[in-house]
Design a protein around this ligand. Structure first.
Ligand SMILES: Nc1ncnc2c1ncn2[C@@H]1O[C@H](COP(=O)(O)OP(=O)(O)OP(=O)(O)O)[C@@H](O)[C@H]1O
Ligand SMILES: [Mg+2]
Length: 224
């Protein structure tokens, strides 16, 4: 089964101060279960927009997105939220951890949102925390963790609901070479061990060199 299927996706951003309207397109993208692919493109070509569309955070103007075989509906926002919570993990560039909640609570809230609670869910969460070396920090607030630890919390949260697909936006940005390599291999290994496909967006050549499959994004088309 495909973790992700995209067809004829179009998103227009209206003009903002000093910038013309733009049109971001992705004609076709299929990602098999467990596969790993990098989206490559220069700054501003639409990588983050595409990840937001796939995650259902933004709505496309047209086109279709299937997550784990289920169509993300264009209109029913609650259905999109439910599908996203169940099938998708998102490692945001700035992590987007909830600052008022501990590491464990950040994962628990993601589980509750997906309707995954109970003994088995608790055990899975605690295993993930241990696997990522976060058990000793589970009671801490995110602000009291290092950058690398926060990234691991973001990764644990992305995997806590056993998603078919993990999206990662610029996971190596602002890291030196050694930390970038470590972050990328951890991301890739954990997705493999949890059976999640991985789609990452980056313009970091260090990350792209190490990646098995790369898709180059087309330059932006001027919006009609
Ligand atoms: N909410 C918005 N409203 C209007 N234009 C936007 C909006 N978000 C993004 N854009 C424009 O859409 C284009 C793509 O932006 P996007 O953030 O998706 O690019 P990116 O490839 O992720 O860039 P970077 O590598 O710098 O993160 C840019 O021209 C940007 O200015
Ligand atoms: Mg971006």
């Amino acid at each position: 089964m495909l973790a992700l299927r995209v067809r004829d996706l179009v998103k227009r951003h209206s003009a903002t101060a000093g910038a013309a309207p733009v049109e971001i397109r992705l004609d076709a993208l299929d990602l098999e279960a467990g596969a790993q692919l990098a989206l490559r493109g220069p700054s501003g070509c639409g990588k983050t927009t595409l990840l937001h569309l796939i995650a259902g955070i933004l709505r496309p103007d047209s086109g279709e997105i299937h997550l784990a075989g289920e169509l993300l509906p264009a209109t029913a926002e609650n259905t999109r939220d439910r599908l996203r919570a169940r099938h998708l993990g998102y490692v945001f560039q700035t992590f987007n951890l909830l600052q008022g909640f501990t590491v464990r609570e950040n994962l628990q809230l993601a589980q509750r949102f997906a309707g995954r609670e109970g003994t088995e869910a608790d055990a899975h969460r605690e295993r993930l925390l241990a696997e990522l070396g976060l058990a000793p920090f589970a009671h801490r607030l995110p602000a009291r963790l290092s950058h690398g630890q926060q990234q691991r919390v973001a990764l644990a949260r992305a995997l806590v609901n056993r998603p078919a697909l993990v999206l990662a936006d610029e996971p190596t940005a602002s890291l030196d070479d050694a930390h970038a390599a470590a972050a990328l291999s951890l991301l890739r290994e954990v997705c493999v061990s949890h059976g999640a496909a991985l789609l990452l967006a980056t313009h970091d050549e260090r990350a792209l060199r190490a990646f098995p499959a790369v898709r180059d994004l087309k330059p932006l088309a001027p919006a009609a």
